[in-house]
Write a protein that binds this ligand. Structure first.
Ligand code: KG4
Ligand code: ZN
Length: 330
């Protein structure tokens, strides 16, 4: 407990299985990461060009116990040293979420520990609250991942207001679909980012959708890339892939950065933070030099961020949590 003299810190064991990463972490209640284990299933889904929910659930089932064991070993602790269990409740794939929730309930029940259900998106924001450089609210937060794109006005550790969201595809989805059109692997955000570095971002002009308020829209952009690839033909496409990647990425980043600037103007809140898988993008990081970015390892899905969010939420005690259910969307 914090402030309790030389008492050992309380340890949170967190599980995250909302999509295609099986993750477990051990974090202290002061936000220090003792273990952060992520087993990615990306290779398993790559040949399908996207996450296959049934395959994801089955793989989570195989991986969840070894991943928890590995987290405990990495932290050098036993299950008896854990004080609290946290788990992602949603949004995500229901079958995938249920594996983590069932495992978390079983662990909590076996040791009579309290359980904290955590919202995955809130978890992404809480990736900023971890040591060694925790960010304190208030700030504006751009959350850009494979499933979501949101602008949040974060007022407290557990208090955020939604300013804008995507009307169609998420930013990460736009990266993944663009990467696919350019013949890159899945998930393609990182590969597109790398390819874009060797291309000319002004080679092609892709439209940045204008939608009202602080919302986003990326589906038109993906269609524009589709037409551009068709017009070029195969040989020309191969020669200009890097230019296409750079121009396409430029359009996504412009849309994101434009909205962040508008949100700053409208709210008067000048501190900006960026979280989620797309926060790993090099052009986005360069385009917002004054913003706080989640550390690279904590941008894509992980359980340390879930443990971090659990520090600021009310735990559910036994047997109340046995009835906890997953939710697919917020
Ligand atoms: O947060 P995350 O791991 O999963 C969701 O909650 O959706 O985000 C994954 C997304 C994928 O769409 C991936 O392509 C994208 O983040 N991503 C990137 C980069 N690294 C990962 N997008 C652009 N540039 C990157 N460097
Ligand atoms: Zn995520």
């Amino acid at each position: 407990m914090e402030g309790a003299g030389r008492a050992r810190p309380r340890l949170i064991l967190a599980l995250e299985t909302s999509c295609d990463e099986t993750a477990a972490a051990i974090v202290t209640d002061a936000g220090e990461i003792r273990a952060d284990v992520v087993a990615s299933q990306a290779d398993l889904h790559a040949r399908y060009g996207g996450v296959v929910p049934e395959i994801a659930s089955r793989r989570h089932l195989e991986l969840v116990t070894p991943v928890v064991r590995e987290a405990l070993a990495e932290a050098g602790v036993a299950l008896d040293d854990v004080d609290c269990v946290a788990v992602t409740q949603g949004p995500g794939l229901i079958g995938a979420l249920l594996v983590g929730i069932a495992a978390a309930k079983a662990i909590a029940w076996s040791r009579r520990l309290p359980l904290v259900p955590v919202d995955h998106l809130h978890g992404h924001v809480a990736s900023l609250y971890l040591q060694p450089e925790p960010l304190e609210p208030p700030f504006l937060c751009l959350l850009a991942s494979g499933g979501h794109t949101m602008l949040l006005d974060v007022r407290g550790h557990d208090e955020e207001r939604l300013l804008g969201t995507t009307l169609d595809d998420a930013a990460g989805e736009a990266f993944d679909k663009g990467a696919r059109l350019l013949g890159l692997g899945y998930p393609g955000g990182r590969e597109l980012d790398l390819l874009a570095r060797t291309g000319d971002p002004d080679a092609l002009q892709f439209p940045v959708a204008r939608v009202p308020g602080l919302d986003f829209s990326f589906s038109g952009l993906k269609t524009a890339l589709l037409y551009a690839t068709r017009e070029l033909g195969e040989a020309e496409l191969a020669a200009r892939r890097a230019d296409l990647a750079a121009s396409y990425q430029r359009a996504i980043i412009r849309a994101l950065v434009g909205r962040v600037r508008e949100a700053v103007e409208q709210t008067g809140e000048t501190r900006v933070a960026v979280v989620g898988g797309v926060a790993a993008n090099s052009e986005l990081r360069a385009a917002l030099p004054d913003a706080a970015f989640a550390p690279l390892a904590l941008c894509t899905d992980n359980a340390a961020m879930i443990a971090s969010a659990a520090r600021f939420a009310a735990p559910v005690s036994y047997p109340g949590y046995l009835g906890l259910d997953a939710y697919a969307s917020r």
